[in-house]
Design a protein. Structure first.
Length: 319
C-alpha cells in the first residue's frame, strides 16, 4: 500500500506530537476530541480499492464481511494523553458526531476487555491494521495491557458520491489514546439511479420529503423520456397514502438568472403534477407544485457534481 504524506517530516514525528502535522486538516468537522494532536495525515494520489469491514471476525480470526469501496483515501492519526476511562467517552462522542453530520452507522463496537472477535474488539482491530498497516513509528495497535478500544464505521451520501469513514480508538500505551480516521471518498460514475418504492417510503416516513432521482427534464422544464419509472413509483406511493396531501417542489442550482431559475423549477414541478394527474389518475386536489429555484441547495454549488445534485424535484408531505 502506497501512501503520499502531506509533509515528509510527518513520518518522523514522535507518537505523542505536541503540534499538528504542518498542512494537515481535520477530515471531518468536529471530529477532533479535546486535547488531541493531529500527528499524521497521508493521502493516496489516485482512487483505489479500499474495502470497508462491517462484520465480526470469522473462525480463522479474519474479518469475513467487507463492502467493496473504491475512492480517494485519506488516513489521519490523532494522539492524546489521558486515562483509560476516556476511551469509552471518546467512542460515544465520535459516534454522536457522525450521526449529527448525517452519517449512517454501518458497524460499531466498543469493548473493555481483551476477549471476543466482534467489531471494535482488540482482535478485530489488529486484523484491520494488518490489512491496512500504518507507517512505521506510528503507534496505533492496542498495547499489551490495553483493555478499552472501539470502532465506528459510517457512510454519508454527498454531491460527489459516498463518503465512508472508519474511526478506530485504541490505547497503544498506558495513558495514551490513539484515534485513527480512515476516509474513503467514492465518486459516482453516473447520476443517481431512479428512486425505488422502498427508498421513497422510507425517506417520506423518516424525513417527510424525498428527492425524486431519475426524473429527466429538457431545457424548458418539460419531462423527458426515461421519467416513467419514477412517475409510476410515485403514483403507487400516492395510491398507498390517499389521506395525505403533498407538494411537488422544483429546485435549481445557483447559476444564471434567479427569476429564470425559479421559472424553470416551477415548470418542472408542474410537469410532474400534470403527468401524475393525466397519466396515472392522481387527484390534483392532493398535489401542489412549487418552484423555489436555488433557495434550498442540498450541496455546495461550487462543483459540477454539487450543482447537478441541486437540480432536482422533491416530494414533500403537506398541503
Amino acid at each position: 500500500m502506497v501512501w503520499v504524506a502531506l509533509a515528509l517530516s510527518a513520518l518522523s514525528l514522535p507518537v505523542l506530537a505536541t503540534q499538528d502535522q504542518p498542512g494537515a486538516e481535520d477530515p471531518l468537522p468536529l471530529i477532533r476530541d479535546h486535547g488531541q494532536t493531529l500527528a499524521l495525515q497521508v493521502r493516496d494520489p489516485e482512487p483505489r480499492d479500499f474495502p470497508i469491514p462491517v462484520g465480526p471476525l470469522g473462525p480463522l480470526s479474519q474479518i469475513d464481511d467487507w463492502l467493496r469501496v473504491h475512492g480517494l483515501v485519506t488516513r489521519t492519526l490523532y494522539t492524546r494523553r489521558g486515562p483509560a476511562r476516556r476511551v469509552d467517552t471518546m467512542y460515544q462522542r465520535q459516534r454522536e458526531v457522525l450521526e449529527r453530520q448525517g452519517f449512517e452507522i454501518r458497524a460499531a463496537g466498543f469493548t473493555q476487555d481483551r476477549a471476543g472477535g466482534g467489531v471494535g474488539s482488540r482482535r478485530w482491530i489488529l486484523a484491520y491494521l494488518e490489512t491496512y498497516p500504518v507507517p512505521d513509528g506510528m503507534a496505533v495497535a492496542p498495547g499489551e495491557e490495553a483493555q478499552a478500544q472501539g470502532v465506528v464505521i459510517g457512510a454519508r451520501d454527498d454531491a460527489v458520491g459516498t463518503l465512508w469513514t472508519v474511526i478506530v480508538l485504541t490505547q497503544p500505551e498506558e495513558g495514551q489514546v490513539a484515534m485513527l480516521v480512515d476516509n474513503v471518498q467514492t465518486e459516482r460514475a453516473a447520476p443517481p439511479p431512479p428512486i425505488t418504492a422502498l427508498a421513497l417510503a422510507q425517506n417520506m416516513d423518516t424525513f417527510g420529503h424525498a428527492v425524486l432521482d431519475g426524473l429527466v427534464f429538457d431545457a424548458e422544464g418539460a419531462l423527458g423520456e426515461g421519467s416513467e419509472v419514477v412517475l409510476a413509483t410515485l403514483a403507487h406511493f400516492l395510491d398507498q397514502n390517499l389521506r395525505q396531501s403533498f407538494r411537488i417542489v422544483g429546485h435549481s442550482d445557483d447559476t444564471g438568472d434567479l427569476a429564470e431559475a425559479a421559472r424553470r423549477s416551477q415548470a418542472q414541478a408542474e410537469a410532474v403534477v400534470t403527468a401524475l394527474v393525466e397519466q396515472h389518475e392522481a387527484s390534483r386536489d392532493r398535489l401542489r407544485a412549487f418552484g423555489i429555484g436555488p433557495l434550498a441547495p442540498l450541496f455546495p454549488n461550487d462543483t459540477a457534481q454539487g450543482r447537478a445534485r441541486n437540480r432536482r424535484v422533491e416530494l414533500v408531505a403537506g398541503p
